[in-house]
Every structure is written in C-alpha cells, then in structure tokens.
Design a protein around this ligand. Structure first.
Ligand code: AGP
Length: 633
C-alpha cells in the first residue's frame, strides 16, 4: 500500500505535501517523492528511503515552490525501492506527473504497445507505464485541437489549453487498465488542476476554503479540513482551488457525499510516546470503552448494534457464519469462532480471506460472511467480501476506518471507533475487534439459547475490562525487564489452548513483524506431535496458561517443555501458586471469565514484542518490508 496526497490552493504546496506524506508514511516507506507546478514547469524531487532520511533532505538542498502539487510515499510492488522507481513518474513529454497506489496487472502489455510507438521508459514500475499512457492520450487529444466550451486558450507551445483534455486523457487511459489504482495526476499545461481517480485503492477529497486536497486517507489532511468526500470505484475527480467535480466511468453520475471526519489531528498524533505502537497499546482501555459505548443493553441482557441492517428474523435465520480476514484480523476471527459457537451455537468457519476467494467453498443458504479489517482496505479481505456478495450472500464487516471501501461495500457492519491506528503492527484494533465479537456473540446468543443471567455476566465482565487493562499496563516496566532478558533469542514459541490459542498466534506475529525474530504460535496440545523437537535451552516459550477450563492440561503441556529445559515465560492468573515453581518468568493477568482472557492476554504480548524490538533497535512503527494495509492481493 502507498500514500498519496495532492494540494491546490493559495498556500505553498511543498510543506503541506511533505507533512501529509509524513502522516501517510505508515502506509509505505520504501521511498517518497513530490511534483510541484511552478510557472508552467513541473518540478520533481524523489528519493529512496524514509521521508526524513531521503525526500526531506533532498528538498532542503533542492527546494521546490508552487501552489499545486502531488506527493507519494511508496511500498514497492513493481520494481525494487530506488530513486528511479520512486513516484511521481512522468509521461514521455515530461509535462505530466502521476502518483499511484495499487497494481496495474496488464502493465506489461500496455508497455509493449507504447514501446512500439517509440516511448522510452526509465523505471521498472507499472506506474510509469500509466503516466506514459495518460500522456499519449493527452497528446492525441491536444493534437486534435479540441475546442473547449469557453473557447480556445493557448500554452507557450501554441497548444490550445482545453480543461477537459487532462481528465479525458486520464479516463481514456484508465479504460485500458486492468488492476487497482488510486492516482493523482498533474500537468504543466493545466496549472490549476489535479485529477484523481480510484479503483480498489482508497482516495478522498479534502474540502478546504479556497484550497482543496486529495489523499489516500484522512490522516494526511485532518490538520487542514474535516470535510471530505470518499471517492468510489471508477470515480474520476477534477480538483481546483475553488471547486471539484466528480464523474464515474461506470455510471451516468457519480455518487458524491460530503462527510465529516470523526477524529482530530491530536488523535492521529504520537503525543509523548516514543512510538505510535506504544501509544496505541496504552490507548486500549479507552478503545474497549469506545467499542462498548452504546452497545450494552443491560435491561434486555443483550448487546445492540445500529448498523447490522438485519432484522431479528434475519439474524435468527443465520445457519452458518464464515469469518474471513487477514493477519492479525484473522487471529481475531479465530477468537470470534470460539465466542459465537459457545454463546450462540452457530457453526462458524474461519477462512484466510485470500483462500476463501479462490476455492469453491460450498455456501448453503443462510450462510453469512463476516469480514474483519482495521483499515477496511485490505485487498484480500475486500475480495472475499465481493465474492460472497457475488454468490448472493450477505456480507457484514467489523471495521475501524470510517468510510473505507470494505465499510461501504458491506451489507452492514460495526465500526470499532478505535481512532486512527498508525503503528503498522495492529494492536488496539485487535482488542477492539475481540470486544465487538464478544458483544456480537451475546447478541446472537440471546436470540437463541443464551440465558439472560449468563449474558449479563459476560456484559459486566466486558465492562470491567478497561480497568483490568489499566492494571496490566501498570506492569509495563516488569515486562520491559523480561523482554530485555530474552531479546537476543533467535527463535520463540508462543503456546496456548482454547481461547488463548489464537492469542499465541497473535503474540508470535507481533514479535515477528516488529523485531524480525522467528516466532511460532502453536497449540499447546499440538506441540507434542512434532514441533517439541525444536525445544532446547536457547528457545524460549511464551506460555499462555490462565486458570481456565484447560488449566490442568495446559500445565501438563508446560511440563513437557520444562522437561526439555526450554525457558518458559508464563502468562498466568493472579493467585496461581503453581506457576512460579515451573516457569522462569511470570506475568500475571487479573482473574476473569475464560472468554475475556484473550483480550487481557493480548496486551502483555504486545508490550513484550514492543520492548524486544526497541532493544534490538528496530523501527517499531515502520518495520522493514511491511505496510499498514495491504491493498494488493
Ligand atoms: C497486523 O499487525 C499486521 N500489520 C497485518 O497482519 C494486518 O493485521 C493485516 O494486514 C490485516 O489488516 P486489516 O485488519 O487492516 O485488514
């Protein structure tokens, strides 16, 4: 996934674009670049590496000025990270600049066609091909000297300037493209216009006063405006300082709705924390409160939601639920399976979103798909949602980013209201999703066999979670000490059973993705069927062993690790008198219902991974090779 921003107005574009790119850097940070229009000239600066080390330094030595520009921060898909592969890319004439988020699947065929007509390419990217294609159509339109509605205007080369040429050339080019795109296009001959377009990659218009913005997401522009338009697939927008217009390549008219952003610039800022990830870990008590707010119905002993868009009868008729997601959200789906099957007795199947799309899974009537996604833009998950809808099944979503593609294409859903999650490693969104899945399980259960008494017990337990998380966060320094003790290990196991098995998987992923240490999450029971061969004194095991219905069996599994001299870091329940005798280190969790343990056990593992990554000098918020949301399949 990449980050795009555009600005047109009366202010200097460069600082606005640079700051916006900094706020989008979590989307991708292999390279960054900017193109600004100044006196009919296109000034481009672009550099490999993160903004602070690359583009920002370049702009200090080679500044660019202008009131219209576009910028890009890249997560490489086609072509390795390099200066030449950085965006913006120019067309053959050098007068059109394009920045792009997405993948053009037929770029090679388009490139061959352009090469055959004399085009020369500098980079290995699909985006440069798109820039040349737009430029090719633009030249064709210009040479046909189309008359514009307000009469001809001429540029320095004697060409007539027709405000429609650029947008029409973009439309012409996009009609040939197969794949996904979120793009911004500017042209030296159209000094007041930015053209934006999207299919499969997010793009929004920010509406200012005598200035307008284009961005991949609202984090880039919330400092300037809270009025936005979420563009839809096939929308093509023309943006000027005093107005914007939107057409849709697939419909007679575009569906333009102005929305107001729910969060502030401060929400998206790091505050006093060293990393966004740490800030977001510490936000989690509030996150759970936000997930619960307005959804606990103690009078009816159930949970309530405003956006499922299903009648009680429809909810009652659900025979099976498939939960599809990716990464951390897929781990949340596994917890969701346990919760919904236990509380509502509805059969649940968890699928990797990318697998669900491409295998011909049997979908009986009354099967509902539920997708989980923090960003609401994950291409694999979006594809699963579209596949279920294509086959005539209702698709619900639990999403964090308001107005995201998954949120808008689902038949109904539940927002997390967790606020912007900037750290690439997902933390608060995961805890929010677990909270909402518990509420959903209660809601569905109370339409079936779940008693009011049991439901109230669960709802009260959920309402106690924020305080319990505060007590766990208070152990941060103790966790930091334990993390330092094991920071040099090359391999880790994370083991759990039942409700904490998915949390073992999540703990392993957190450690992997921010500290680059190999870690495996595994079922504590399954370990003895082979992987236990890997246990030795150099391989620490993080063992989730809360006092739950599996405690005795899990302790027996723990003993197998200990017998082979594997160091053990245990997550146990306060008051457990046994664990200290068999574990090398112990982190205690507050006593809680078994189905609440996944939420509580997650936070120490997030902090454990965070502190190890910091000790190892890793870039916690922007880990190598990763991006915040993977908008390519
Ligand atoms: C989480 O730490 C990872 N960054 C990644 O696995 C993420 O959960 C996955 O890409 C799904 O993202 P989504 O929730 O935005 O769909």
């Amino acid at each position: 996934m990449c980050g795009i921003i555009g600005y047109v107005g009366k202010k200097a574009a460069t600082p606005i674009i640079l700051e916006g790119l900094r706020r989008l850097e979590y989307r991708g940070y292999d390279s960054a670049g900017i193109a600004v229009l100044h006196n009919g000239r296109l000034l481009v600066r672009k550099k490999k590496g993160k903004i602070g080390e690359g583009l920002a330094r370049l702009l200090k030595s080679e500044p660019v000025a202008g009131n219209l520009g576009i910028g890009h921060t890249r997560w490489a898909t086609h072509g390795p990270p390099s200066d030449i592969n950085s965006h913006p890319h120019l067309d053959q004439s050098g007068r059109i600049a394009v920045v792009h988020n997405g993948v053009i699947e037929n770029y090679d065929a388009l490139k061959q066609k352009l090469l055959a007509t004399g085009h020369k390419f500098k980079s290995g990217t699909d985006t440069e091909v798109l820039a040349h294609l737009i430029g090719d159509y633009y030249e064709k339109r210009r040479s046909r000297r189309c008359e514009s509605a307000d009469g001809p205007r001429f540029d320095k080369r004697g060409y007539k300037i027709n405000g429609n040429d650029l947008i029409q050339a973009v439309c012409d080019a996009l009609r040939e493209v197969i794949g996904t795109y979120g793009i911004a296009v500017i042209c030296a001959d159209e000094p007041d216009t930015i053209v934006g377009a999207r299919r499969g990659s997010p793009l929004i218009i920010g509406i200012g006063t005598d200035e307008n913005f284009l961005a991949s997401d609202a984090n880039a522009i919330v400092a300037h405006t809270k009025k936005v338009v979420y563009l839809n697939d096939y929308d093509v927008a023309t943006i000027k300082s005093e107005r914007f217009d939107v057409l849709n390549l697939g419909a007679d008219t575009a569906n333009v709705q102005i929305s107001n952003l729910e969060f502030s610039q401060e929400d998206a800022a790091r505050g006093d924390f060293e990393h966004f990830m740490l800030k977001e870990i510490f936000e989690q008590p509030r996150t759970v409160e936000n997930a619960l707010r307005g959804r606990v119905d103690t009078e009816g002993a159930t949970a309530k939601f405003g956006g499922l868009n299903m009648t009680p009868a429809q909810l009652c008729s659900i025979k099976r639920i498939i939960i599809a997601a990716s990464g951390t959200s897929w781990h949340a789906a596994l917890v969701g399976e346990y919760l919904i099957e236990e509380l509502a007795q509805i059969p649940v199947e968890v699928e990797f979103a990318h697998e669900f799309c491409y295998r011909n899974a049997p979908l009986e009537r009354d099967t509902v798909l539920l997708v989980l996604s923090q960003s609401g833009e994950t291409a694999d998950t979006l594809a699963a949602l579209r596949e279920a809808k294509r086959r005539g099944h209702r698709a619900l979503a639990i999403v964090n980013v308001v107005g995201s593609t998954i949120a808008r294409e689902s038949d109904g859903g539940i927002y997390m209201h967790a606020g912007p999650e900037i750290g690439v490693a997902s933390t608060k969104a995961f805890v929010s999703t677990l909270t909402i899945l518990a509420l959903l399980a209660v809601h569905l259960g109370r339409m079936r066999t779940l008693s009011a008494r049991r439901a109230l017990e669960i709802l009260h337990a959920l309402e106690a979670v924020p305080k319990q998380l505060e007590s766990i966060l208070a152990q941060n320094n103790a966790l930091k000490k334990i993390a330092k003790k094991y920071a040099k290990a090359d391999d880790f196991f994370f083991l759990g059973r039942g409700y904490t098995f998915p949390i073992a998987l999540e703990g392993a992923l957190k450690l992997k993705e921010i500290s680059y240490i190999h870690a495996e999450g595994y079922s504590a029971a399954e370990m003895k069927h082979g992987p236990i061969a890997l246990i030795d004194p150099k391989t620490p095991t993080v063992f989730l062993v809360p006092q739950d219905s599996m405690y005795d069996k899990t302790m027996a599994n723990l003993a197998m690790i200990r017998a082979r001299k594997g160091p053990i870091i245990a997550l146990a329940t306060e008051g457990d008198k046994q664990i200290g005798k068999v574990a090398n280190d112990v982190i205690y969790l507050p006593k809680a219902l078994e189905l609440i343990n996944p939420i509580l056990a997650t936070v120490p593992l997030q902090l454990f991974a965070y502190h190890i990554a910091v000790v190892r000098g890793c870039d916690v918020d922007k880990p190598r090779n990763l991006a915040k949301s993977v908008t390519v399949e």
